[in-house]
Design a protein around this ligand. Structure first.
Ligand code: M6R
Length: 615
């Protein structure tokens, strides 16, 4: 889960690479580095910390410019963040330089072998092993760089997206991929290499997504060669056209990407619904589902796999599928699912949810489900991502790029797709009437406005946030559809404010967490439910009688909770199945404001990265 960038062309590569790395900083930001070749000399620079630290260091290096270069922004896996562990890594001869995203699982075995051959290592990284392995193969078999990379990679177990430079061949870069993302922007006599398309979006709209097991040799003014790593056979690349614009990946006046993305939710949901909803005709169109209608009609069980926030949307999906479509659902952490021996067969449907479409655990879980014969439906935001390609069919959320590490609009748009799937399934399985189907369509199309109304309470949320910003712990409670929201609210607070927070089903409180309650422990209670409203009120009473403070999220016009809660934030009234879309809004805002007030780095919280492409 690092970001890599490369350039081959006529422009000065350094500025392109630095700008590109900044766009990829969401993938990791503990150290960074570049290597630039002017055709004769290759110079490089690495630094612990964010890209701006690297920039400061670069200012002190004379003549670091040239039309070919590679760059890297790191999220540490092997070895702490430091100048030495930062990429690019150099081979023992000083001739090869390599940037890598992924993990070489057998690096210890390879390292021992190389040490026996006389190689030495300065860093703790698996990447330094890889660059020396390539060098060893190149020297011992007297090969060109591309061939050496190919043969070396056949010995590697793990995941990688790499970009390699050779002092002896200053006009070419060799790139390869397995498990980690890599794409090539095809300009006019120039090529851009990156972990995603954002570094080159303003230069070219033509992109080749390298597939797993492929390698490309990119040379100045010469056609790029695409090969399969396993048998050296030729690969005909597919050139896709990008629809993304530069504007979409910028902050547009917001202080942080996270805030922009919270505010983008009404539009993001509109985009998710676009072309999929026809209320007049009573139709939900999801082509990924339509293609496999028989499977959906006959399936006995749905298994939803995901990680983090996407797992929380899966949990909300469970309520939707069970309550609306009457289908049995299991929600699994992808990381657990992949190592169990899940009972799945060809009659099963597995839904995989991922914003990035690159989460390693989810990808591995999909592969396992497919091996067992299941049909996999992917819900992804990033078009062309690995999970989107690995799934049998699926739906894109069309939320637009999500840059803030804390997931917000991805969450609500994932739930939108799950909602559409649930009501469509309910209709085709004949478990709801036409009238109630149409009613659900009206409700989902009204979400956009309800979120806009919920966002209007931002100032109030900010005030409440100020009151509780110095808490050391926080409890989040919700029932039914709002239980996943309690989990999501707690995750948001934890990841960007570093305040310990726990989400619980409200009724579970008396089985343990109630012991934590005292005057210093605020509890956020999501109390919009109509079903079990009285029970939630009782839970609040229980907390109050132990001197706990209550921040309640209630439906407009609420009477009971208002009387007892310390702070109340209203959201628009809606049917039960729609509440999670609305109640999550004040919780996203609250975590955002607290993090800002505490002076935390909202978009790039410590120790995290946007897409977790390692186990
Ligand atoms: O890209 P994915 O949806 O697969 O990512 C899954 C999680 O890593 C992600 O949701 C993570 O939990 C977020 N940082 C939460 O805000």
């Amino acid at each position: 889960m690092c970001g890599i960038v490369g350039y081959v062309g006529n422009k000065d590569s350094l500025s392109i690479i630095i700008k590109g790395l900044k766009r990829l900083e969401y993938r990791g930001y503990d150290s960074s580095g570049v290597a630039i070749s002017d055709g004769n000399t290759t110079r490089f620079c690495k630094s612990k910390g964010k890209i701006n630290k690297l920039e400061k260091k670069l200012k002190k290096i004379k003549d670091i410019s040239g039309p070919i270069g590679i760059g890297h922004t790191r999220w540490a896996t092997h070895g702490e963040p430091s100048d030495i562990n930062a990429h690019p890594h150099m081979s023992n001869s000083g001739k090869l330089l390599l940037v890598h995203n992924g993990i070489i699982e057998n690096y210890n075995t390879l390292k021992e072998k190389l040490i026996n051959e006389g190689f030495s290592f300065v860093s703790e990284t698996d990447t330094e092993v890889l660059v020396n392995l390539i060098e060893f193969v190149k020297q011992s078999e007297k090969l060109k760089l591309g061939e050496a990379v190919q043969i070396a990679l056949r010995q590697v177990i793990g995941a990688y997206a790499i970009c390699v430079m050779d002092y002896d061949r200053p006009n070419e870069l060799v790139v390869a991929k397995l498990g980690s993302p890599l794409c090539i922007g095809m300009g006019k006599n120039e090529f851009y290499i990156a972990s995603d398309v954002s570094p080159f979006i303003e230069f070219t709209k033509k992109v080749v997504y390298l597939k797993d097991g492929e390698l490309a040799i990119i040379r100045n003014h010469k056609p790029t060669i695409f090969r399969k790593i396993s048998d050296n056979s030729k690969v005909l690349p597919t050139i896709s056209r990008l629809e993304l614009s530069l504007e979409k990946i910028e902050k547009k006046g917001y202080k942080h990407f996270m805030l922009k993305e919270i505010y983008e939710q009404p539009k993001a949901i509109r985009d998710t619904l676009r072309g999929r909803l026809n209320i007049k005709k009573g139709i939900v169109k999801l082509s990924g589902m339509d293609e496999y209608m028989d499977k959906f009609i006959n399936c006995k069980k749905l298994t939803i796999i995901a990680c983090g926030t996407s797992w929380h949307s899966a949990l909300a999906g469970e309520y939707m599928f069970e309550k609306i479509a009457k289908v049995s659902v299991e929600v699994e952490y992808a990381s657990e699912f992949r190592y169990r021996d899940p009972v799945i067969d060809k009659n099963d449907i597995v839904i995989a949810i991922s914003q990035s479409g690159e989460t390693a655990d989810t990808l591995a879980a999909i592969k396992l489900a497919k091996q067992k014969g299941a049909y996999v439906y992917g819900i992804c935001n990033v078009v062309g991502s690995s999970i989107a390609r690995e799934s049998d069919s699926g739906s894109y959320t069309h939320a637009g790029p999500e840059i803030g590490v804390a997931s917000t609009k991805a969450f609500t748009t994932q739930m939108t797709i799950l909602y559409l799937m649930a009501i469509k399934l309910a209709k085709i399985r004949g478990v709801i009437s036409k009238k109630s189907f149409i009613n659900y369509l009206h409700e989902i199309s009204a979400i956009e406005n309800k979120i806009k109304i919920a966002l209007k309470n931002d100032n109030l949320v900010k005030k409440v946030s100020k009151k509780y910003m110095n808490s050391k712990n926080c409890l989040y409670l919700g029932r039914g559809y709002n239980f996943p929201i309690a989990l999501e609210g707690a995750l948001k607070l934890k990841e960007i404010s570093y305040i310990h927070a726990e989400g619980y089903p409200a009724a579970e409180m008396k089985h343990g967490p109630i012991a934590l309650i005292d005057k210093d422990m605020p509890t956020v209670v999501i109390a919009t439910n109509k079903i079990n409203y009285d029970k939630i009120v009782s839970n609040i009473q229980e907390i109050k009688s132990r001197k706990g403070k209550i921040i309640a999220i209630v439906s407009k016009g609420d009477k009971e909770v208002k009387k007892i809660a310390d702070d109340v934030i209203e959201v628009p009234e809606c049917i039960e199945s729609i509440t999670p879309f609305i109640t999550v809004i004040p919780l996203q805002l609250m975590s955002y404001h607290i993090a800002v007030m505490l002076g935390k780095n909202v978009d790039q919280p410590r120790n995290l990265a946007k897409s977790v492409t390692v186990e």
